[in-house]
Design a protein around this ligand. Structure first.
Ligand code: NAI
Length: 316
């Protein structure tokens, strides 16, 4: 029988951590939120409040729950011991550096209950490498949320070489209980599944720009109104089945030869990064993000994601 997970510890309150903490608290779990300083925790709690308010407006809180009820489930800690000692499930979203994650998990293991599950939200580090420093690596797994973690349903659940099947199963079940859509990945690989696919598309998108075939906006229009629409419903593999596998076979015989199969970052991307044009966070990437039109894209995107979650909820 699956263990009963009653209390969550959430390590890190930044971009991903604040959103996972919110997600667990909205689902009714007490959450112990851990970060390095009071100031960081205060900033994390402010983000949690703002996102909880957007959930309330979209009708995404449990019946009878208020924003204050959700926030009251979250306690804040600057030390691991008080944060993790009563936790059944510990999710970590701290800096993406192997040595730091290894050191933090070793410390957590000193204080956590012996049967707690350990989950890292790493984007791409090897779970086998992180768990190798633990006394009980079998309880360690990847739970890779997508940004923004309170709005995107997917969580990739990825075992390392020493992860127990039970750890994967219990993590999967917990993700379903908090309303996420978990995907069980059979074995670890760089980028798991989602980022491998995302980067495959991006490599060709940059190539299309580099070859002068189409500009950024045109590429985005093509994807939004064709692949994006369809993949939201059936995914690329079912799409290929529906389109006819002979058709995709034929296209594969001539098109792969013409596409980018490079193993280095695109020169276009490199130039942008060298120029400090990093996208929305610096105000400019392939688009301008400082003006009203950039803000409107972000607002519109969040609004649609909230609406989609509300539809998912009412369909459940
Ligand atoms: P972030 O920099 O926004 O937040 C990291 C938080 O961890 C900060 O609040 C920091 O103070 C805290 N922290 C750092 N060291 C700590 C420690 N030793 N103990 C406790 N707290 C500590 O970073 P972000 O973007 O939230 O990324 C966190 C993790 O999530 C990384 O592993 C990243 O690869 C992964 N991730 C990020 C995604 C993204 O789009 N930002 C998407 C999916 C996963």
């Amino acid at each position: 029988m699956a263990r009963e997970i009653q209390t969550i510890a959430n390590i890190g309150s930044g971009t991903m951590g604040h959103a996972t903490a919110l997600q667990f608290a909205v689902a009714g779990y007490p959450v112990h939120l851990v970060d390095c300083t009071r100031e960081l925790l205060d900033a994390g709690m402010a983000r949690i409040r703002a996102d909880a308010e957007s959930f309330e407006e979209a009708g995404l809180l449990a019946p009878g729950d208020t924003v204050d009820d959700v926030l009251a489930r979250i306690s804040t800690h600057t030390d691991y011991e008080s944060g993790v000692k009563n936790a059944d499930f510990i999710i970590e979203s701290i800096v993406e550096k192997l040595e730091v994650k290894q050191q933090v998990w070793q410390e957590i293991e000193r204080y956590a209950p012996a049967d707690a599950i350990f989950a890292t939200n790493t984007s791409g580090l090897s779970p086998t490498a992180i768990q190798s420093v633990l006394k009980h690596p079998e309880r360690f797994v990847v739970a890779h949320f997508w940004n923004p973690a309170h709005l995107m349903p997917l969580v990739e659940v990825v075992p390392g070489e020493s992860t127990a099947e039970e750890t994967v199963g219990e993590t999967f079940a917990l993700m379903e209980r908090i309303g996420k859509k978990p995907a069980k990945i059979r074995k670890e690989s760089l980028g798991f599944v989602g980022n491998r696919l995302q980067l495959a598309v991006l490599r060709e998108a940059f190539n299309i720009m580099n070859e002068g075939i189409a500009d950024a906006e045109t590429i985005d229009t093509v994807v939004k109104y064709s692949l994006g629409r369809r993949w939201n419903l059936v995914g690329p593999i079912a799409s290929a089945d529906l389109g006819g596998l002979d058709v995709f076979y034929n296209i594969s015989t001539y098109l792969f030869n013409d596409m980018d199969n490079g193993t280095e970052p695109s020169p276009l991307l490199e130039a942008k990064v060298e120029n400090g044009e990093l996208g929305a966070k610096t105000g400019k990437g392939f688009y301008e993000w400082t003006g009203e039109s950039g803000k409107a894209i972000i607002r519109d995107c969040d609004r649609h994601l909230l609406q989609a979650l509300a539809e998912d909820n009412s369909a459940r």
